[in-house]
Design a protein around this ligand. Structure first.
Ligand code: CA2
Length: 145
């Protein structure tokens, strides 16, 4: 099973600033976690991070026919991007949204998610472990027995 993990703007800075909100684990730690899950669960997991909305839309479009499940943390684009929502709808690949922080406990503007309107599930406030949970959900729901 092929899973694509997409990370939006500034997530490459994880661990460098705002540890009170996003924790002390770095982006490199996230990549290591994804590699561990892939090995343990016998999955092909690829990761794409971009600070550009159009690049994320392009990546979702390119996934058609190649990827079985998408895990997406759209970061700030969560709260603004109809384009990412439309791309997810267009390819119709099962998707799970992840947020490292508990967005519901933060500013009101973080409580709307456009990509989340397509995603089957949203995991929030679990730190980097949320990515593991999202991948396991996709494997359990869509992986071959
Ligand atoms: O909690 C999450 O995962 C978020 O998607 C993170 C986004 C934020 O805009 C969303 O509301 C919730 C921000 C990612 C920025 O990450 C940084 C990491 C280190 C230092 C500064 C920003």
């Amino acid at each position: 099973m092929k899973i694509l993990v997409i990370n939006g703007p500034n997530l490459n800075l994880l661990g460098i600033r705002e540890p009170d909100i996003y924790g002390r684990r770095t982006f490199a730690d996230l990549l290591a976690l994804l590699a561990d899950v892939a090995r343990e669960e016998n999955l092909e997991v690829t990761q794409f991070q971009s600070n550009h909305e159009g690049a994320i839309v392009d990546k979702i479009q390119e996934s058609l026919g190649k990827i079985d499940g998408i895990v997406i943390n759209p970061a700030a684009y969560t709260h603004t991007s109809v384009a990412i929502l439309d791309a997810l709808k267009a390819v119709s690949i099962p998707a799970v949204e992840v947020h490292i922080s508990d967005v519901d406990a933060r500013e009101p503007f973080r409580q709307i998610s456009y990509p989340g309107m397509y995603c089957e599930k949203t995991i929030k406030g679990m730190g980097l472990e949320g990515y593991r949970q999202a991948i396991l959900y996709l494997k359990q729901t869509y992986g071959k027995a």
